[in-house]
Design a protein around this ligand. Sequence first.
Ligand code: SF4
Ligand code: SF4
Length: 180
Amino acid sequence: MARGGSERKQVRLVTKYETTLAEIGRAKELFAAYGQRLGDDERLGEMLAAYQREIAATWRTFAGSRVVELCAACAGADQISCCFDGAEYWFDRHLLLINLMMGVELPTERWAEGQCLFVGPDGCRLKARFAICINFFCPDLRQRIGSQELLRLRRQGGREVLAGLELEEALRRWLAQNAG
Ligand code: SF4
Ligand code: SF4
């Protein structure tokens, strides 16, 4: 159907998935070009180590709560899990580059239909995750674990997110100064 006599144009929207693939590609290019120098930078190395310590502390904290068991049951019950198709869109090249610096292999194909690109057979394949991945607790889960436990998890999650943001900020500055 013609409208207003104007020529019909083919418009193809770039999907979120394609945007994420492009960010993954850019992160890999940056890592190939600057990974060695980034690894040699003492300040970034300290921040990376601090971030990894907080990530490990978060996993320990979560492992000591019922969250892991309850979320695993939720995902296994084929309900709409938090790790949905499209969640990968939250990630940009910098957080993806940090994952590469931590030795993570970034997938480019979805392991499970309808799930986040970064879901693998054992859960999330990333080490450096977006803030929502760490701090989202659905109403049902919040009710089950109670406010004290929620506060404990959120406190540690907040420390991880903060350490990640500090590193990401420093990484952006480093790239602005050193990457052509
Ligand atoms: S936070 Fe809630 S919806 Fe998300 S995986 Fe856990 S139980 Fe399921
Ligand atoms: S935790 Fe991992 S798999 Fe889940 S939404 Fe975040 S990045 Fe995706």
